[in-house]
Design a binder for this molecule. Structure first.
Ligand code: SD4
Length: 370
């Protein structure tokens, strides 16, 4: 399969189409993180190094990543920031991840050590913290800041609204906890827990100049999450996915819903079956929307030859950044979310992408034969 992808990249080249590599694509407007990752690729680093460094930038400087990645931002119901992160290496399909890691800033570096030095995929909670201190050598730090404290205090002043409880007493739509299971009529909490300001995880895909793919995600999760909650970001196939034979994808949004559909895996599989990245990501998000019309999410996708795209659902618009040899620096833009629950638009684009593939392959063959 690896040979096959090198063959396809080669065929694109001889068809004169050019392969625009290396490539970095990042969720949301994080130009510095994009540039950091791209710099690693152009200075001889691997795609795994690139995605790690991109995420680490946001973990070190949360204020440059909208306070939703890293230590300074979204806190749980106890006012503590805990981090989820993963890295996937598309060469080996190996994954390293941490969930709900506490008192450690560089969650993605810890994930990288799980990837490189263990046969596990995911470490969680306090024991992940011990691994970070004892094996990785990272300092254990108090992640509380004035900003975190302010976010927490204003949430408490608003009677702990919104929150993620349901079927409990006292009524979670009006009261803080502690709660207990309710035997009475079910109280379902439909208050908005997701909003454009409660999302911003960094998801990243990097493809080096010979088509090696890696993906990563890092987040402090959803604001006011229940302590102990781990989201979609450290889960392979949900937060991100990479396979050198095809490409990579990464997701952001309402993780408790998205985790059930593995949208990054679905996007990569859709690309494997011939869809272009945007169509592939749209199809992955549409499958979720059919069951959960209220959710919000976005997925980026890139092929191993540098084609990329993004799709989003539930937001008005999202931002993403890319960097490649043609972009002359990190290039960030807004996209309007146009995924719907209907399949017809999707089928039309599949037909179009098949048609384009047929034309390209014929052009490659004739360039090769004559
Ligand atoms: C989560 N998916 O923990 C993450 C949050 C997110 O942009 O993507 N924010 O649910």
């Amino acid at each position: 399969m690896r040979l096959l992808s090198v063959y396809f990249i080669f065929m694109h080249l001889i068809a004169g189409e050019g392969v625009n590599l290396p490539l970095v694509i990042v969720t949301w407007e994080y130009p510095n993180a994009t540039d950091k990752a791209y710099g690693i690729l152009t200075s001889g680093g691997s795609s795994v190094d690139a995605v790690e460094e991109g995420c680490t930038f946001c973990e070190d400087y949360p204020s440059k990543c909208r306070y939703s990645v890293g230590f300074e931002g979204k806190v749980d119901e106890n006012g503590e920031a805990t981090l989820d992160a993963m890295i996937m290496d598309g060469t080996t399909l190996n994954v390293g991840a941490v969930g709900g890691i506490r008192r450690i800033k560089r969650a993605t570096t810890v994930a990288r050590h799980v990837l490189d030095y263990t046969r596990h995929s995911l470490l969680v909670g306090d024991q992940a913290t011990d691994f970070a201190k004892d094996f990785v050598g990272l300092p254990e730090e108090d992640l509380n800041t004035d900003y975190n404290r302010e976010v927490f205090e204003s949430w408490k002043d608003e009677n702990c609204q919104p929150n993620f409880w349901m079927n409990v007493q006292p009524d979670p739509t009006e009261n803080c906890g502690p709660y207990s299971p309710s035997d009475q009529d079910k109280v379902v909490n439909l208050k908005e827990t997701s909003s454009p300001s409660n999302h911003d995880t960094i998801g990243i895909v990097a493809v080096d100049s010979v088509g090696n793919v890696a993906s990563a995600a890092s987040t402090n999760g959803l604001n006011h999450k229940i302590p102990g909650r781990v989201g979609d970001s450290p889960i392979p196939g949900a937060g991100s996915y990479a396979d050198n034979d095809v490409g990579g994808a990464a997701a952001t949004g309402d993780g408790d819903v998205m985790i059930r559909f593995l949208p990054s895996y679905q996007t990569v599989e859709n690309m494997r079956n011939g869809m272009d990245p945007k169509t592939a990501a749209s199809d992955a998000l549409r499958r979720i929307a059919v069951k959960y019309p209220q959710y919000m999410g976005a997925v980026i996708g890139a092929t191993n030859d540098g084609e990329y795209g993004i799709a989003c659902y539930g937001y008005e618009e999202v931002q993403y950044c890319t960097q490649d040899p043609k972009s002359g620096g990190p290039y960030c833009r807004d996209v309007t979310c146009d995924v719907t629950t209907s399949t017809s638009a999707c089928l039309q684009s599949i037909a179009l992408s098949w048609w384009i593939s047929v034309v390209l392959i014929s052009a490659s063959l004739s360039a090769h034969l004559f």
